[in-house]
Design a protein around this ligand. Structure first.
Ligand code: SAM
Length: 202
């Protein structure tokens, strides 16, 4: 089964498989956000993070390739009183506009192999304005021991070295690895090993 069918199948469940509340790490970045501007939520799924960004006063675009997830995201937005845009997009090939966003958020999108990640990260870098904030959360290789969510392929996972090298020269880079009990819907549940990243595009 391909990735698209796999995600469409998972999202066919009536519940929000990652929950309706924003990811705890993105919520912890509240104080870093600009008071206004534009945000891009990459592979935003059922919209929990895009909705939250929009409720922080940012004009937000939520992109994902799953129409079923985006229907659920639109319902969540309406119920939350959030106004955000949606676009069905493959994040490896989407034409990321240059210097368009003040905030780009990439939360748990480790479906990308290294070559796909190159295309996605190049696009995200291009899409951020100079001075814009990048927020990333992903799993580290240690997550393979926990198996409580995320990919099984080692080269899809993020390390401090990978992020530090990839975003070398970005301002005020902060990288924190943590192991914690995570409960974000049924799909991310239990002891988890994650890495949290924030930095501003130079
Ligand atoms: C682990 S989920 C995370 C969703 C969301 N970021 C969150 O934290 O709730 C990964 C998401 O990536 C989407 N996805 C997978 N491959 C994709 C691709 N090539 N282009 C766009 N979206 C993709 C899936 O539909 C799914 O919504």
């Amino acid at each position: 089964m391909g990735e698209y069918d796999r995600w469409e199948g998972r999202y066919a469940a009536p519940e929000y498989i990652f929950g309706r509340a924003p990811n705890y790490f993105i919520a912890s970045c509240k104080a870093l956000l600009p008071a206004s501007g534009k945000a891009l939520a990459v592979a935003d799924g059922e919209g929990r993070n895009g909705v939250w960004l929009s409720l922080q006063g940012l004009e937000t675009l939520s992109i994902d390739f799953s129409p079923t997830a985006q229907k659920k995201a639109a319902a969540l937005a309406q119920e939350s009183g959030a106004t955000l845009g949606f676009e069905l997009a493959d994040v490896h090939t989407w034409p990321y506009p240059a210097e368009a966003y003040d905030v780009v958020a990439e939360i748990f999108t480790q479906f990308s192999d290294p070559q796909q990640r190159r295309a996605k990260w190049d696009g995200m870098k291009r899409a951020l304005k100079s001075g814009g904030l990048l927020i990333i959360q992903g799993y580290t290789p240690k997550q393979l021991d926990y198996a409580t969510g995320g990919p099984k392929q080692l080269d899809h996972l993020y390390t401090r070295e990978l992020l530090a090298t990839e975003f070398a020269g970005w301002r005020d880079m902060r990288i924190v690895e943590e192991e914690l009990e995570m409960h974000e819907g049924a799909a991310h549940s239990g002891k988890s090993a994650v890495i949290n990243f924030t930095a501003w595009k130079p």
